[in-house]
Design a protein around this ligand. Structure first.
Ligand SMILES: [Zn+2]
Ligand SMILES: [Zn+2]
Length: 367
């Protein structure tokens, strides 16, 4: 079948809308007509050659759409179902069997190689292979092939065009708080980086009852939105030392929890330095390959924890429906983070995202 996809050739920092051929679903695969897809920082890192996927490639990993066809053996969805596409995992390794699919021992192979585990890709152009299995979806396209393991069925009465970001950025931020850090009511949390992950974490912190929620960023517009969404304090770290400001806001104690959502080494250090004794820093920011950070060993010795978190420790088929129930109740207004773009505005969406104008771009496919 002929589809339109945003192809990355790797020669410049851009996406090119082109006609591409997509295979029919093989066994355990699901063909989805994409209605809209979020754009995530990881798409741009890979576009710029930061992490592997071969080239040319179709990226995109926050797809939402309608099931068109299913391959043999698929029983969890059927044509017509509304679905959100999320990350893929093998389902068989020791971590997957423990319900920790985002730490799948084969995570890179299922999400970043651009090919199925057997080395094939469902996308081609004039007979030439296009890498088309990014996060087992490559959703910057009018149709995408996912697998039964990375589709999440969602109710048909919710606006499908909004839901794609739940499959990565939103579940990463909300899950980092609700599933991973699990702050107790009345505790304090500082969030470094008020992008889509940080803001989702903020919404989650409010849900679980954190009473001190501090947003740290260098963009005043984002800090203003953070206040509207429930932050109790905001800190512009270009103007003041955030570690000092956090100590002042917490009677010199430091915060019980922090979330590092920037991937910037010196910010990582601040996110650890602002912790109270026995505090935990969750790390979700994607840093350049090989980036390192230094920590004060004595400070860490005093019972402080630092832990990495992938995809918010989410089991997507459990967590995304839970977030949607909270959204329906008005307690998780993640729609406030989204700005819509037409598919052919994909390069503008990327630029706006990189400039901090847009928190979560969502590309709408032509009807
Ligand atoms: Zn696995
Ligand atoms: Zn992502």
């Amino acid at each position: 079948m002929r589809i339109t996809a945003a192809v990355v050739h790797g020669t410049d920092r851009s996406f090119s809308l082109e006609e591409v051929d997509i295979e029919e679903p093989r066994a355990h695969e699901v063909l989805v007509r994409i209605v809209a897809t979020g754009m995530c920082h990881t798409d741009l890192v890979v576009r710029d050659g930061g992490r592997s996927s071969g080239l040319p490639a179709v990226l995109g990993h926050e797809g939402a759409g309608v099931v068109e066809h299913v391959g043999d053996g698929v029983t969890n969805v059927q044509p017509g179902d509304h679905v959100v596409l999320t990350f893929a995992s093998c389902g068989r390794c020791s971590n997957c069997l423990r319900g920790k699919g985002s730490y799948c021992l084969d995570l890179m192979a299922h999400n970043f190689t651009g090919a199925r585990p057997d080395g094939t890709s469902p996308l081609s152009q004039d007979g030439n292979v296009i890498c088309g299995v990014f996060f087992s979806q490559s959703s910057f396209a009018t149709y995408a092939l996912a697998t039964e393991g990375n589709v999440v069925k969602v109710p048909t009465d919710l606006p499908l065009e909004l839901l794609g970001p739940l499959g990565c950025g939103i579940q990463t931020g909300a899950g980092a708080v609700i599933n991973a850090l699990q702050p107790s009511p009345g505790s304090s949390l500082a969030i470094f980086g008020a992008g889509s992950i940080g803001m989702s974490a903020l919404l989650a912190a409010k849900i679980v009852g954190c009473t001190t929620i501090i947003a740290v960023d260098i963009n005043n517009d984002r800090l203003r939105l953070a206040i509207e969404l429930g932050a109790t304090h905001t800190i512009n770290s270009k103007r003041v030392d955030p570690v000092e400001a956090i100590r002042q806001a917490t009677c010199s104690m430091g915060v019980n929890y922090s979330l590092e959502a920037t991937g910037i080494p010196h910010v990582f250090r601040q996110a650890v330095d602002c912790l109270a004794v026995l505090g935990t820093c969750g790390v979700v920011g994607v840093a350049p390959v090989g980036a390192e950070v230094s920590l004060d060993i004595f400070s860490v010795l005093l019972g402080r924890f630092v832990r990495g978190i992938v995809q918010g420790d989410s089991v997507p088929n459990l967590f995304i429906p839970a977030l949607l129930k909270l959204y329906r109740q008005g307690r998780f207004p993640f729609d406030r983070l989204v700005s819509y773009y037409d598919f052919d505005e994909i390069n503008k969406a990327a630029m706006d995202s990189e400039m901090g104008i847009t928190i979560k771009p969502v590309l709408r496919m032509p009807v």
